[in-house]
Design a protein around this ligand. Sequence first.
Ligand code: ZN
Length: 160
Amino acid sequence: MQIEKNKVVSIDYTLKNDDGQVLDTSEGREPLNFIHGNGHLIPGLEEALEGKTKEEKLSVAIPPEKGYGNRSEEMVHTVDKSNFEPGANIEAGMQFQAQMEQGVQMLTVLKVDGDKITLDGNHPLADQTLHFDVEVKDVREASAEELEHGHVHGPEGHQH
Ligand code: ZN
């Protein structure tokens, strides 16, 4: 069976940056399960997996345009510390999620200068070429229930 839209796919993967540094890997964990063709993965990885079959291995380099995008300085904002909980210990490098008009966004604290906090809404992997080594562990039909929910269910079925 080939990977195509709405198939349930399981992959093992390792993600490296241009320097060969490992950024993320499924090694030592369960494979990543997802319903293909619905934007669960970055576009470049879904494209690379299209048509692949169980046990195939691939190595792909994905440019930022098909990964986490290019950095935009418009995503960098300076806000007053009063926007945070009183007594919160905010330090450069911290990451947190914020509820924005367009949905949940990951923000990184770039700088703390007195009461002024500079926040970066760019994805931490923006501007990076992503090097994926992937092994397809399984490809199967999605159940009607999985398609309806938009996510993969375990072997015991619906558990939520
Ligand atoms: Zn469900």
